[in-house]
Design a protein around this ligand. Sequence first.
Ligand code: B12
Ligand code: SF4
Length: 611
Amino acid sequence: MRTADDRRSNLFHFVMIKPSHYDDDGYPIQWVRSAIPSNTLACLNALAEDVRRRDVLGSDVEIRLHTYDETNRRVRPDRIIKLIRKQGGRALIGLVGVQSNQFPRSVDLARPFLDAGLPVCIGGFHVSGCIAMLPELPADIKAAQDMGISFFAGECEEGRLDDVLKDAWNGALRPLYNYMDKLPALTGEPPPFLPRKHVQRTSGSLSSIDLGRGCPYQCSFCTIINVQGRKSRFRTPDDLERIVRENYAQGIKRFFITDDNFARNRDWEILFDRLIHLRDTEFPKLGFTIQVDTLCHKIPNFIEKAAQAGVRRVFIGLENINPDNLIAAKKRQNKITEYREMLQKWRDHGAITYAGYILGFPADTKESIIRDIEIIKRELPLDILEFFYLTPLPGSEDHKVLSQKGIWMDPDMNKYDLNHRVSRHSKMSDEEWEDAYRAAWSAFYTPDHVRTILRRSAACKIGRPGTTLSTILWFYLMILFEGVHPLEGGAFRLKFRRDRRSGMKIESPLLFYPRYAWETLKKVRGYLRIYRQLNVILKETLAAPDRWTYSDIAIAPPKEDEFEQLSLYHATAGGEAALARKRRDDAIRTGHLAEIPHASVSEIVQPVPAK
Ligand code: B12
Ligand code: SF4
């Protein structure tokens, strides 16, 4: 018979922590409710559950799993250490899905565990991206390695987590697990899953899943293709059904599908077909958010099936409307001449559209940025526009090129959240670029334009003006009052005095608490002011006598002469060239090449960039 001591010594704790990162004052960005559960944490948790089920450490070893998402709960290393000491056994502290901006926080979190003699392993995009693209490890990773932290690069499906946990159990964790040379298949791997306690700490009945990894394109600012590859790897419809069933059983009906480009998931159709079947037969309330590219509407039936499968929100990598900028970023697949048709089609199918827009491409100036935003407002039926600084993220080609050339990049990884400027622009001064970033948010989210967005939504039979307004509020309030990017936002900001970034002074309680209370009060007042203002606009929109007949350039069906009329195609030199290319392509397709005016011939003979 096993004694209590035997049981204690045969215990293994795998602690998985998804870290946050620091705000400008050095406090971790945390909320009472964060937006959405972490998919990486769900993936790791499911893989670890599978290790436990298979008794990988031996049938007499009990594996205990502990999951923490620091964006919605305070992580107290001292308490975790105490718990492990109390329960006994060995442990591995895993810092999971660590992005570059989260690396400094991860190292701070690792310190007390290392001091207590507990091994720590960091995985995620910072480590994988640096190993994929740089000739040697950067200084921050080397310094962390010197502290005794171990690293995992690559993905840990196909039994790779087994090796890490076995080594940790045997007290022989290696300094680096490098699996970058082989991308695992996802078929049959345990699908991501998190216990309900995590979902309760987020915005509601929403969870996240990845159905595929990899993207065929080559955008120079992208890290994904260099870490997860350019070949589509995907889960099966059976895996998808299992995820839906397991989650539905705990009340989760809506999912964010985290694939960077679901339109390029080779199996999109059979996955949508399974969802359509599940919605028609058992789960009518299923709803999804997906990320796609700007050519998704060209895939026969893609948008139609997406709508039937319950896709209600779509993130689109629009990035820019100036083709010169898109070509500079190797985002050649984005054709501005397709934007209107694509967005109108999503609108006709009841989806709320979000577009990412990058500021700081070579052709940008503050004036051109503001001009382009005004064109978007007038001519593109977009619900949400979110801005990002062009950022050389470790793992991207841009980062590699700047490092090779020794060009300045901010050494503080904490700032690599796309909401801070971390490099220099060739035309704009640092101040101008920062000013342009702030001005872009203010230019898009004016009360007048919010009214226009709501009017467009209210005029559509399957539009959802109320939901559109809540989404607009979420995005704008985060920027206006919280100083964080909406994608890192949440409800009710938490700050803990003692959790300040290492190297920054712990503030006196007499200073910290009154300031925190005052900031919170000011924010609540600001939130209410904007909420009331925009809610009046919503009510007026819904009551407007011309609600159903409202139309404007953005939502009007495409006209024959729109390519001559719209600023989208004429404000930039690149726009004219894109139009000329479109005319040439159309002419070739319809066999009317000879009818193209001579004026455009010089543009036509420009080489068409290869995909
Ligand atoms: C989903 C997602 C989000 C969601 C996160 C919530 C959610 N539901 O998961 C949202 C929209 C909130 C988000 C926000 C941001 N994101 Co994001 N996001 C992603 C995305 C698309 C998928 C993440 C994912 O689930 N991947 C799948 C998992 C399984 O892969 P993984 O994280 O690499 O984990 C595997 C391995 O690394 C390894 N592993 C990981 N940890 C560990 C630990 C141990 C111990 C071991 C053994 C192994 C291991 O095993 C895992 C399984 O194979 C990625 C791109 C991508 N394709 O991954 C970007 C990505 C991670 N995000 C990125 C960025 C920059 C951000 C933001 C800072 C910027 C922004 N404003 O958008 C914010 C930060 C917010 C935050 N607090 O996290 C970058 C990070 C790049 C970098 N070098 O840092 C990425 C790569 C996209 C990009 N633009 O290049 N994001
Ligand atoms: S389309 Fe998106 S995921 Fe694909 S390479 Fe470009 S930025 Fe990366």
